[in-house]
Ligand binder design. Structure first.
Ligand code: 5GP
Ligand code: MG
Ligand code: MG
Length: 197
């Protein structure tokens, strides 16, 4: 267990599981874009580790660049997305693949679609390492998803809690309070799977 600022986090996804998911995505995307030289665009800050590991696994020529958006305050997503660094190159006619660390409400993704609406790209493909299906509120298609996770705050592998945790090579999940844990532990008879009182 680790502590960042005021909160505790427990181990959740290992570096090996992350590595496997990224390898699968890179290999699949290389097959699907066999005849093209895609432009991979990472969404800073969170996706810097995903992009770095992903492109090392990508077996063919490709381009890599970044945009910088921010939506998170503390441990809650806000719909107020700020565009801090926009597109700096002409992408008309190109096959663009967005590389995201995590898709939560989809607010950031909506902003990405707004950014690309007026670019004449050949295609816009979305790939994300983590995805919280129960938190997702939009209809945009997610073309490649590494690992689906529950709607709980995570840190590590590029993801931060108020600036801390990005350097962790594996992912940690916010620890439920002791009070909540007790509710589960001392729940009604039969609540614990496979046990007979
Ligand atoms: P969305 O706009 O889809 O709600 O959230 C996307 C962005 O919010 C991500 O790129 C990431 O920066 C941040 N985010 C979403 N869920 C989490 C989470 O569980 N942990 C952390 N650290 N950041 C998250
Ligand atoms: Mg992100
Ligand atoms: Mg953040």
């Amino acid at each position: 267990m680790i502590k960042l600022h005021d909160k505790f986090f427990k181990p959740f996804i290992t570096a090996k599981q992350i590595d496997d998911a990224i390898t699968r995505m890179a290999e699949q995307i290389a097959v699907d874009f066999a005849d093209e030289v895609p432009v991979f665009i990472g969404v800073l800050n969170g996706s810097f580790m995903v992009v770095s590991d992903f492109v090392k696994k990508y077996p063919k020529p490709c381009e890599v660049t970044f945009i910088k958006l921010a939506s998170y305050e503390g441990v809650k997503s806000t719909e107020d997305i700020q565009r801090l660094i926009g597109l700096t190159q002409d992408l008309s006619g190109r096959s663009v693949v967005i590389l995201e660390d995590i898709i939560d409400t989809g607010g950031t993704l909506a902003e990405i679609h707004r950014i690309f609406k007026n670019e004449n790209v050949k295609s816009l493909t979305i790939a994300t390492l983590f995805y919280k299906p129960t938190a997702y509120k939009k209809d945009f298609k997610l073309h490649y998803v590494g690992i689906e996770i529950p709607d709980k705050f995570i840190v590590g592998y590029g993801l931060d809690y108020d600036g801390l945790g990005r350097n962790l090579p594996e992912v940690y999940q916010i620890k439920t309070t002791q009070h909540m844990t007790n509710l589960v532990l001392f729940g009604p008879p039969g609540a614990g799977k496979g046990t007979q009182a």
